[in-house]
Design a protein around this ligand. Structure first.
Ligand code: ZN
Length: 165
């Protein structure tokens, strides 16, 4: 599986959720890009195919995204939490939270050490993720960085646990 960047428009997601009980055709509210396709976003930016909302992509964002797509864990960027999943363990970290050691932080959150297997983000990875977050309005966009190195695809549990929709 190839790594991919998935962008979802929150306004359209909310609209879709509101119309769910009425028979409404399923339509894709997210768009996917592979590593090779990401460079195109720098020239065109991203615009939601349904409402036209625009997300501007700077060269800094592309430079941050490319190495993050090579990590061995999925990264979900949500309104207030970063969701990390390496196929074995899934957890949330607060956006811009100062963390000096990811493993001991998670153990402090009550996750047992033997469950913390597989790759975890380093402190410098988290800095890069937070730099990226600074450039994306997460009230408008949900961004998933799905790793091709993880055997299971990313199923975000953010809305289930923390979303307000
Ligand atoms: Zn939209």
């Amino acid at each position: 599986m190839k790594s991919r960047l998935v962008i979802e428009c929150c306004d359209c997601k909310k609209r879709l959720n509101r119309t769910k009980d009425v028979s409404f055709p399923e339509f894709p509210i997210s768009t996917e890009y592979t590593e090779e396709e990401i460079h195109g976003l720098f020239f065109d930016d991203y615009s939601c195919p349904f409402c036209g909302n625009r997300l501007k992509f700077t060269s800094v964002m592309i430079d941050l995204l490319l190495p993050l797509l090579k990590k061995r864990y999925h990264i979900g960027l949500n309104q207030s939490y970063i969701e990390i999943s390496n196929g074995k363990v899934t957890f949330f970290l607060g956006n811009n939270e100062e963390i000096t050691d990811v493993k001991s932080y998670l153990m402090g959150m009550g996750i047992e050490e033997d469950r913390l297997t597989g790759d975890l983000p380093t402190v410098s990875d988290l800095k890069d993720i937070n730099k990226l977050i600074a450039d994306v309005n997460l009230n408008k966009w949900k961004v998933l960085i799905e790793s091709g190195a993880v055997s299971t695809s990313f199923v975000s549990t953010y809305d289930l646990w923390l979303g307000d929709i």
